[in-house]
Ligand binder design. Structure first.
Ligand code: GLY
Length: 284
């Protein structure tokens, strides 16, 4: 069956903790990113589109990933990202890497290596071996946030896409939650927060510990693999999260080009969709 190509991106769910911009401004930042990623989707497919979107989100200081990442308790920005697509079926990721511009690019390079996930100093070493230059992702508003002890609980960017050949891809990148114990690992660079199969792709945002507890992304994907509609699969997880009082959001697509967004109570997920010549920016 021919898929209806679609790309969905998210700018996290904690955009307002630091009060850096309004909903409208977040939409203005998301729109050109989803538009250029959609052009790549039509030309080069889902994986290239997801990489384009996540790298652009990492470059935008408004979002908590790459440039503009939050700082951990010791005042350092440590970045995590992951990528997976239905063709390679390889999950690759980078955990708590410092001083790189595009953590998702490190994850991409790792997918071609024997070892697919690296962390900390060794991940940084790998990035330098790959020719990635030293880069300081810390911006002034995050330093102020850190100094004012504004410890957020959320923040992440991500993208999911399906191309006309039915190939699916998910990518996620984050600066963590802010003021966390140095070295803490959330959901984004694990399959709990970033996962895809031949039938569905999911990228999560929100409280990493809770997303990991529920194994959110693989449980949605597994249900779709077993024939459940994507909307019902995300609704089931959303319901379980509500019962537990968990706080997170997610974006997902299936092989036919349906997409589904979820957000638990008290959470605002900022996202943008491009499908069938139509683009929109929304909050859920
Ligand atoms: N969802 C991002 C994190 O918990 O690190």
């Amino acid at each position: 069956m021919q898929a209806q190509p679609v790309i969905v991106i998210h700018g996290g769910c904690g955009g307002f903790e630091g009060g850096h911009a309004s909903y409208t401004e977040y939409g203005q930042h998301l729109r050109p990113i989803v538009e250029s990623a959609h052009a790549v989707l039509m030309d080069k497919g889902a994986r290239a589109a997801v990489l384009t979107a996540v790298m652009a989100l990492e470059d935008d200081p408004l979002f908590n990933a790459g440039t503009g990442a939050k700082l951990q308790a010791d005042g350092e920005a440590r970045l995590s990202a992951a990528l997976i697509d239905s063709a390679s079926k390889i999950f690759s990721g980078v955990i708590n890497i410092r001083r790189v511009r595009h953590p998702i690019e490190v994850a991409e390079r790792l997918s071609h290596q024997q070892n697919h996930v690296l962390s900390g100093q060794q991940a940084q070493q790998f990035a330098r071996q790959q020719g990635m230059a030293d880069y300081d992702p810390v911006v002034a508003h995050r330093r102020v946030e850190y100094e004012q002890q504004l410890a957020g609980r959320h923040g992440t960017v991500g993208a999911v896409a399906v191309d006309r050949n039915g190939m699916l891809c998910a990518g996620t990148s984050t600066g963590g939650v802010g003021r966390e114990y140095p070295g803490r690992v959330g959901d984004s660079p694990t399959i709990a927060g970033t996962y895809a199969s031949a039938t569905a792709a999911v990228s999560c945002t929100g409280t990493g510990e809770e997303i990991v507890n529920l194994a959110v992304a693989p449980r949605i994907v597994d249900r779709v693999d077993n024939g459940l509609a994507l909307g019902l699969a995300t609704a089931h997880i959303e319901e379980q999260a509500r019962e537990l009082g968990y706080q997170f959001g997610l974006i997902s697509v299936d092989q036919q080009g349906h997409y589904s967004i979820a957000a638990t109570e008290g959470i605002v997920t900022l996202y943008a969709v491009y499908q069938n010549g139509r683009v929109g920016c929304f909050i859920e």
